[in-house]
Design a binder for this molecule. Structure first.
Ligand code: SAH
Length: 252
């Protein structure tokens, strides 16, 4: 069933009007009609089965909640150095599919590209749109939030149960335990910093370490700047969402 998002908070039995972008996609592109059903996830991250009662403006009746969550049990924020070209879009799209909660882009010392604050707003708006489409497609309950900060300093005091830096030099030195040890603590939120193609400068890493960020290796291979956050998210999903035994959830 097609899934969309609304900024409203939904309750069973109530009606909700969906925005014009959703209306265009559902009614004009997919040619949905009155009595067709669609899933809508609301501002609280709760998803519902709904039935279309009117197509202009697109209005639905909220039928029943969808109890199963599609969100990663760890609220993951990824902080990514800026890269050239379309990498930001790729990062946002795939990280959304993999369950990220928040994506922050940041200018770093060894980056080959830089976003100027006045142009960043437009890029962020476009990336937020990418996150929205990817969240619909992957049946997320929440649309990840995308933002930009000009300096890594802004990240130093962000709160999270666990804070890590994906550091290629740690990986090169054989570090392979920190990520698993971090996840074993069962953090409910985690923030992870990733360098751009040029990597992170030692001073940046030591500033992060000073405020409690732990260096983690993501395996013995050096990953591209866009691959590293995907690895982390997939690893967190594997650790927290997959298990050897078949659970009832899968069978029902
Ligand atoms: N130019 C650097 C690599 C940068 S890779 C070099 O050749 O050493 C871009 C970013 O991805 C890194 O800054 C780091 O945050 C992350 N990364 C890539 N591979 C990694 C690994 N095996 N372990 C931890 N982080 C990694």
């Amino acid at each position: 069933m097609q899934r969309y998002f609304t900024d409203a908070t939904l309750t069973v039995g109530a009606h909700a009007t969906l925005n014009s972008t959703v209306e265009h996609h559902a009614v004009t592109v997919l040619r949905m009609q009155v009595d067709d059903q669609l899933e809508v996830a609301d501002a609280q991250g709760h998803a519902f089965v709904t039935t279309i009662t009117k197509t202009a403006p697109l209005t639905v009746r909220v039928e029943r909640p969808i109890p199963q969550s599609h969100e990663l049990p760890v609220a993951v924020t990824i902080v990514c150095g800026i890269s050239k070209g379309q990498k930001a879009e790729l990062i946002v799209q795939k990280a959304t599919e993999l369950g990220v909660r928040q994506v922050i882009f940041v200018n770093t010392q060894w980056a080959t590209a830089r976003w100027l604050p006045d142009r960043a707003a437009k890029k962020v708006a476009r990336l937020q749109q990418v996150a929205q489409s990817a969240a619909e497609q992957s049946h997320r309950d929440r649309v990840p939030q995308v933002s930009f900060v000009p300096l890594l300093d802004a990240v130093l005091h962000m709160e999270a149960d666990a804070k890590v830096v994906a550091y290629e030099e740690s990986a090169k030195a054989g570090e392979h335990a920190q990520l698993i040890q971090t996840l074993r603590q069962q953090p409910r939120s985690l923030i992870a910093v990733f360098g751009p193609e040029g990597g992170l400068a030692p001073a940046e890493v030591s500033n992060l370490n000073d405020v409690g960020f732990v260096n983690v290796g993501l395996g013995p291979r050096i990953l591209r700047t866009e691959t590293a956050p995907w690895y982390l998210l997939a690893a967190i999903s594997t650790y927290t969402e997959l298990q050897e035994e078949q659970s009832d959830r899968v069978n029902s």
